[in-house]
Design a protein around this ligand. Structure first.
Ligand SMILES: Cc1cc2nc3c(=O)[nH]c(=O)nc-3n(C[C@H](O)[C@H](O)[C@H](O)COP(=O)(O)OP(=O)(O)OC[C@H]3O[C@@H](n4cnc5c(N)ncnc54)[C@H](O)[C@@H]3O)c2cc1C
Length: 587
């Protein structure tokens, strides 16, 4: 039986309305206002995704004394020499142009110094205070203004439309368009486009504790894998050390308590009331995110956790009035969940925050598949083994804008629309509707099993044994999901159970790439820590992992050498090696 599929046509199809998607739409429109541009998004435009959640800010070298070279060095050092140097250079160089565009064209207002210059605050891992911000609601300012510009430009919107599969053109390796479903009606729709941008924003939501928005389930990476595209650096998942631990029944669990709390002198205490971070690093609680996350995980694993399974953050020794004044937003967030941050103790746990890995792409945002472009958190290579706080939103807006320019330029060359390969299209539709044919089962149990195994076996501390066990469990979960149906399958209109099934299918596939890449990397770099291989490995012979889905459905991993094009380990682009200000805040 073949499912009914509506057809739409557009020149440029953009998947996702975060910083990457919206900037791409605006740039493509500016390049050629005659183009028919459509932004298709799983949620509501301007209201979903992680760019809107950005609190801390945006890294860019603007101030006298700072430079793109310095920002570049920080990015390469922070990424433990694994970033693609052309991508990292593009990020730091074009961030200067993009932040001016945000203020002067898009209409954002960032905080300023008394002399009128843009205020830039300190973030962890940076040798200069370069993080531009709007209080601690930077993302709302950026996405709010960008969404207004997109509406004003007359760009088409397909809101609450979920991309399901990338469909190649008939008899060709190029992309024809994207199979989607209209979440409101449950109908399938194929959007054929001359150029398509993947900007669905990654998001490590397969871990028990995570920070990203609920609409993210690694859909872009999963679609890319199924379309035969390679992903890189998938073992590199960044954990933020202090996620709020407020119980299983609230979405507040996992949300970030900012690093400024530790920077200001906050203490982490185990369930027995003892400080433990000084045993792991002489900087104690002010050590970098990866070290603090490992220290916390170690305490929990050794049975010294709190009743809910985390540790405590304690600020009261700094003076409760001072804490209330300095961290008003954090105090209120904790109070909403029943904790007194200023005078008491708050339970926290490391929380999965960001995926450094993603689709392999070039500085002009092209991918290996003609017609498919990629930008933002769906892509890999910009950050290497670790992302600096403040480089995430810079990444999505810089490369989103470049993608818009590149797609318009590509179409200006005369690239035409290509009809889809109907067999692949129909197979993708059948695949999405698979749960309708199965006996109903518990998706919650599958989700909880996934969260537990990724947290316990493929999270902060990894070993061969635990990763191998995770791989076996993931295969079994995948099989189980494929046999599980929906309890409410009468209508697919706003059928969130169906979307849970689709989310899980993508999360399991991408989890398999994380586990296989983590197994293959037998050293410890940045966010990836192997207890059985604690050394970083030789910097000069650094390599990155590439994962692909083969024809049998297995994940293949191979390594490629990092090209030190602009700088090699031990060299510096800077005349002085003054390390400048190092701060302990960052998101
Ligand atoms: C709590 C939090 C705080 C952060 N703070 C900072 C910070 O201070 N500084 C910083 O630099 N970075 C920060 N980050 C990281 C930053 O938010 C991201 O790196 C960046 O914004 C990602 O942008 P994006 O456009 O790639 O994705 P997003 O902004 O996440 O947008 C993805 C879009 O894709 C849509 N989508 C998803 N799946 C589908 C699908 N199947 N079909 C159609 N649409 C789909 C989503 O609905 C959404 O519109 C933070 C992240 C979080 C979670």
């Amino acid at each position: 039986m073949s499912a009914e599929i509506d057809h739409l046509h557009t020149d440029i199809l953009i998947l996702g309305s975060g910083g990457a998607g919206l900037f791409a739409a605006l740039h493509a429109h500016q390049s050629n206002p005659e183009l028919d541009i459509t932004v298709a998004v799983k949620g509501l435009l301007g209201k979903c995704g992680c760019t809107r959640m950005v609190q801390g800010g945006y890294n860019v070298a603007l101030a006298p004394g700072d430079s793109v070279e310095r920002h570049f060095m920080d990015t390469i050092n922070g990424g433990k020499w694994l970033p693609d140097q052309d991508l990292a250079w593009t990020l730091v160089e074009r961030a200067q142009e993009r932040v001016r565009e945000l203020e002067n064209e898009v209409g954002c207002f960032f905080d300023r110094n008394p002399d009128g210059s843009v205020h830039q605050k300190a973030f962890a891992g940076q040798t200069f205070d370069r993080t531009v911000h709007k209080g601690d609601l930077t993302g709302i300012e950026i996405i709010g203004r960008l969404a207004e510009q997109v509406w004003a430009a007359g760009i088409h919107r397909l809101e609450e439309h979920r991309a399901l599969a990338l469909i190649p053109a008939a008899n060709s390796d190029r992309l024809s368009g994207v199979l989607m479903t209209d979440v409101r009606t449950g109908k399938l729709v194929f959007v054929q486009a001359r150029a398509t941008l993947l900007a669905t924003g990654g998001g490590p939501t397969m871990y028990r504790y995570h920070t990203p928005s609920g609409d993210k389930s690694c859909d872009g990476m999963a679609m890319a894998l199924r379309a035969g595209l390679p992903l890189r650096d998938m073992e590199m998942v960044q954990f933020h050390p202090t996620g709020l631990l407020a119980g299983n029944d609230t979405r507040m669990t996992g949300t970030v308590l900012e690093e400024g709390l530790r920077g200001a002198g906050g203490h982490l205490l185990n369930g027995e009331g003892q400080r433990f971070m000084l045993q792991h690093d002489e900087r104690g609680e002010r050590a970098t995110r990866d070290i603090v996350s490992r220290g916390i995980f170690h305490e929990i694993r050794e049975g010294r956790g709190t009743p809910k399974g985390g540790v405590y953050i304690s600020m009261s020794h700094l003076g409760s009035d001072k804490v209330r004044q300095q961290f008003k937003g954090m105090v209120e967030r904790c109070a909403d969940s029943g904790f007194d941050l200023a005078a008491g103790q708050v339970e926290v746990v490391p929380t999965a925050h960001y995926m450094m890995g993603g689709v392999i792409f070039k500085p002009d945002c092209t991918t290996e598949m003609p017609g498919l472009f990629a930008a933002g958190e769906d892509t890999g290579g910009v950050h290497g083994a670790n992302r600096l706080g403040g480089n995430g939103v810079a990444n999505s807006t810089v490369f989103g804008g470049i993608a818009g320019d590149s797609m318009a330029a590509w179409l200006a060359e005369g690239q035409q629309s290509h009809a889809p390969d109907t067999e692949t299209l129909e197979a993708a539709a059948r695949d999405a509707l698979l749960p309708l044919e199965n006996e109903p089962g518990s998706l919650l149990e599958i989700q909880q099993a996934l969260h537990a195994l990724m947290w316990d076996k493929a999270g902060i501390l990894r070993t061969k044994e635990r990763l191998e066990s995770a791989a076996v469990e993931l295969e079994a979960l995948d099989d189980r999901l494929a046999r599980t149906g929906l309890h409410d399958a009468e209508s697919l209109a706003f059928n969130l159970t169906w979307h849970d099934w689709l989310n899980l299918r993508n999360q399991i596939l991408v989890s398999r790439t994380i586990v296989q890449a983590a197994l293959s990397r037998e050293n410890s770099r940045g966010a990836h820590y192997r207890e059985d291989y604690p050394d970083t490995g030789d910097l000069e012979t650094s390599y990155y992992t590439v994962t692909e889905l083969d024809g049998t459905g297995s994940i293949q991993v191979h390594n490629r050498d990092v090209q030190f094009k602009r700088i090699a380990p031990g060299e510096s682009l800077l005349e002085d090696e003054d390390s400048g200000a190092l701060a302990a805040s960052g998101q």
